[in-house]
Structure formats: C-alpha cells, structure tokens
Design a binder for this molecule. Structure first.
Ligand SMILES: NC(=O)c1ccc[n+]([C@@H]2O[C@H](COP(=O)([O-])OP(=O)(O)OC[C@H]3O[C@@H](n4cnc5c(N)ncnc54)[C@H](O)[C@@H]3O)[C@@H](O)[C@H]2O)c1
Length: 289
C-alpha cells in the first residue's frame, strides 16, 4: 500500500464528519498535514483542535467552506497554501444524500398543485461543489513543482456505486455521482501526462451521519454496510507514489473492485470520440493533444 511522505498536505472537503473525518485522521496518523474544509465550521474547528492537541503541533487547520460557493473554496485553498505552502492531495468529498427534487408522483392531486421548480441541491453539492474543488486542485497543481512522491498533485473524488448503478429513489444522487465518475475518467486522460492523477472512490452504503440513524438500522441487521477500513484502503491506494489513474475504486461490504467503464459499442465509438477530442483541442487553442 503506498504511503504519503511526511508533511505532505491534504485538502479535504466535508472532513468534519464521516468518510472525510476518517480520512483526515488516517492521513495525520501517517505524519500528514490536513485542511478540513467543511460547511460545519464548529465541528471542523473542534476536529482540527483535537488533531493538533493529539500530535502536539499544528497538523490540521479548518476552513469554513460551502463547496457550492466558488469564493468560499478559493479562500479555503488560499488559506491552505499560505499555512502549509503546497497542497499535495485534494479530496473532493463533501456530499449529501438525496434531496427529493420533485414532489412524489400522484396524478390524483397533481392537477390541483402548481408545477414546481426542482430542488437541485443534491447536484449543486455533489457535482458542482466537487467540480469547484477539482478546478481549484488542478490549477493549484499546475502552479507547483513535482513533490516528494513524483507528482504535481493527486485529486481523489468521493463518488458512489450509484455513479453507475441506477437508483429509482435517488435519481439526482445517481446523476451527480455518474457525473463525477465520467468527469474523473475524462479529466484523468487529459492530465495523465502532466504528473497529476485523478481517481474516484465509489462505496456502497457506509455507516456515517449522512442520513438519519434510523435509515441504517436494517442495513446493520442484514450486514449490508461497507466497512470504513476498506473505504480508507481504497483512498490509500491512490496516494504517494501510486500511479493509479482514471479509476473508480469500488467497495461493497467486504468486496473491492475497480469498476470498468461500460464497453458496449465502445470500439465502434472510438474513431469519432478520439476525433472529437482532437477537433475540440484545436478549437480551444490547447496544444496538449
Ligand atoms: N455514507 C455513505 O453511505 C456513502 C456512500 C458512498 C458515497 N458517499 C459519499 O461520501 C461523501 C461523504 O459522505 P459521508 O457519508 O461522510 O457524509 P457525512 O454527512 O458524514 O459528511 C459529509 C460532510 O460534508 C459536509 N458538507 C455537506 N455539504 C457541504 C457543503 N456544501 N460544503 C462543505 N461541506 C459540506 C457536512 O457538513 C459533513 O461534515 C459524500 O460525497 C457522499 O455522497 C457516502
């Protein structure tokens, strides 16, 4: 398992709770420095203080950040850079469970109800927010030299198995995570030769405060939850000198696998899809073909 180098810096969104918190703890245990970027500033700064007290030095800072607000994240990145000088790993992790986007389907009452604007909070946070994090990460990596592990930087996004597994109860969550996975696969191709890796971790249900505790009860009873330790191991595989790139590292209960892209008609698509890239790069004036 590749380890990080002493003093390498990680910027983690949503690190005040759940997966992000467990990840920050793991990285500090490996002599890393962490930036806890979270909307919940109280929990974020309490967590940073706990880590600093335990280590007896400043190993963590917290930044109040709403990931859907560009200026918030820009300020958090600037705070991270001015405190720790460089950012080696960026974890675009903050996310929420499905917010119903439309009222439940009910033709009987529909005609007496106004047509409503959808609630897109799930996509705003899970997709747009993570893309803001990605945009800051990639531009930060572009502006710094190769670090101790031989890379300018590594971006890891927290997706979900619902990035490729449809869910009738969570269409927006599924849309956001599918967006993250194909963004990751696409951007990873572009940055591969630029000493930057991009991967996604795609767990099935993990016991965290993402949803009310009562929702987890039947999953605990039927042993359908995925182990946080295995989730952390998949993050770990993307760090340090690892050259894993463009992969969706997946976890379901005790199983792990790298989820392959859908290859249906892939070869038939190849010539047109490759030519689209060449033509678009010409149009964008980008000569990194
Ligand atoms: N728990 C699961 O079952 C599970 C499974 C697969 C993927 N995931 C993904 O893992 C990631 C972390 O989820 P978790 O289970 O640790 O949840 P969590 O609720 O325990 O932690 C999420 C953290 O993100 C923060 N956050 C929420 N919106 C934010 C915003 N706009 N800006 C900044 N911070 C914000 C919250 O304050 C919280 O601290 C999410 O992207 C989630 O979709 C979770």
């Amino acid at each position: 398992m590749p380890f990080i180098s002493r003093g390498e810096v990680s910027y983690i969104t949503g690190a005040a709770s759940g997966i992000g918190r467990a990840l920050a703890t793991m990285l500090v245990n490996q002599s890393g420095l962490v930036v806890i970027a979270d909307l919940n500033s109280e929990a974020g700064s309490k967590f940073a203080s706990e880590l600093n007290e335990k280590e007896g030095s400043i190993v963590a800072i917290s930044a109040k950040t709403d990931t859907t607000v560009w200026e918030d994240q820009l300020a958090a990145f600037q705070q991270a850079k001015s405190t720790f000088k460089r950012i080696d790993y960026v974890f675009a992790n903050a996310g929420i469970a499905e917010h119903p986007w439309l009222p439940p389907f009910d033709p009987e009452t529909a005609t007496s109800r106004p047509i409503v604007k959808p609630d897109l909070a799930t996509v705003d946070i899970n997709l747009t927010g993570q893309l803001y994090t990605a945009a800051l990460a990639l531009q930060t990596f572009e502006r710094q030299e190769v670090g101790p592990s031989g890379f300018r930087g590594k971006l890891i996004l927290t997706a979900s198995v619902f990035g490729y597994y449809p869910s009738r109860a969570m269409p927006l969550y599924a849309a956001s995570k599918a967006g993250i996975i194909n963004f990751m696969r696409s951007a990873a191709q572009y940055y591969a030769a630029k000493n930057i890796t991009i991967n996604a971790i795609a767990p099935n249900l993990v016991d965290t405060p993402i949803a009310p505790d009562v929702l987890f009860v039947p999953f605990r009873e039927r042993k359908l939850l995925s182990d946080m330790k295995l989730v952390l191991e998949q993050f770990q595989k993307c760090l340090g000198e690892s050259d894993i790139n463009g992969q969706a590292l997946s976890i379901c209960q005790e199983s792990i696998w790298i989820h392959p892209p859908d290859t249906h008609m892939f070869e038939k698509n190849d010539p047109a899809c490759e030519l689209i890239s060449v033509q678009l790069f010409k149009l964008f004036g980008d000569n990194t073909l």
